[in-house]
Design a protein around this ligand. Structure first.
Ligand code: BEZ
Ligand code: FE
Length: 277
């Protein structure tokens, strides 16, 4: 986001309140010069390490802003926090869509087919929708951390069918920790906050005439569902996994080990301008 997008009118309204709240805290806790210098040094380091989004996430500020931005929306798929690990321009994946390549460590996971249908809140399928997916592998986290994985592994964009339906092959992700090797990691440690997130898959969905959707899908029985370090779990986004192990199903999919499926239908909100037209 571009900081110049905040209008000076909003800035003149929100900034004085922000400063008043900050000054109140400093006064209430009698913050010392030494402590305030440490805060400034910490924030400087956060900027140097490009961790402001991460800081916003682990302080659950991103979740709060997401909730305010989408307050009162009904009949559409709930949005969720984007997080700092999205990468621009992921590869376009042709059908049948598979968002990963094999690598050493991939055998530690289970194949998952995610499928569903993209529709408008009006109920009509959206044949022109584009999905953009990113997630960790089953072993070693995101591509940017795991040297064994090809670049852009477990990331990809693809279109949907005429009837709005989609399917992609991935692997069941596992819980993982947010980056802990920088200043935000030190803050988590100092405040006794664990760094774990439940397993999830990120979705960005775009379609003409509709508001873009950023969301995440979670899975039942994850130990961190009630305890996500960024607090981003929404019950409507927890999606059951179905295990498939019959010989017939394995043969049909060309697999030699049991696999999973999950269904995630997506409903988009018509764009404000389209709704008014
Ligand atoms: C993630 O889900 O990728 C993520 C979200 C917030 C902070 C760090 C990672
Ligand atoms: Fe993630």
């Amino acid at each position: 986001m571009d900081s110049t997008k905040v209008s000076s009118e909003r800035l003149q309204k929100v900034l004085p309140d922000t400063l008043a709240a900050l000054h109140q805290v400093i006064e209430r806790h009698q913050v010392t010069e030494e402590e305030w210098s440490a805060v400034l040094a910490f924030l400087t380091e956060v900027g140097r390490h490009d961790e402001f989004v991460l800081l916003s996430d682990v302080t659950k500020t991103s979740v709060l802003v997401d909730a305010i931005s989408h307050e009162g929306e009904t009949g559409v798929t709930p949005s969720d926090v984007e997080g700092p690990l999205y990468r621009e321009d992921p590869p376009w994946r042709e059908k049948p869509v598979k968002i990963y390549e094999e690598y050493e460590g991939v055998e530690n996971g289970d194949v998952l087919f995610v499928r569903g249908r993209v529709a408008s809140a009006h109920g009509t399928p959206i044949s022109g929708a584009v999905l953009d997916i990113w997630q960790t592998g089953p072993d070693g986290g995101y591509d940017i951390w795991d040297e064994r994985q090809p670049d852009y592994n477990f990331r990809g964009r693809f279109g949907v069918d005429e009837d709005g339906s989609y399917e992609f092959q991935t692997m069941v992700p596992k819980p993982y920790t947010v980056p802990t090797d920088g200043p935000v990691g030190r803050l988590l440690e100092a405040t006794g906050q664990h760094p774990w997130r439940p397993a999830h898959i990120h979705f960005k969905v775009e379609a003409e005439g509709h508001e873009p959707l950023i969301t995440q899908v979670f899975f039942p029985d994850d130990p961190y569902l009630d305890n996500d370090t960024i607090g981003a779990v929404k019950s409507a986004l927890v999606t059951p996994l179905t295990k498939h192990e019959s010989e017939e199903e394995l043969r049909r999919r060309g697999l030699d080990a049991p696999f999973y499926t999950c269904e995630f239908d997506i409903t988009l909100r018509p764009a404000m301008s389209a709704a008014r037209a």
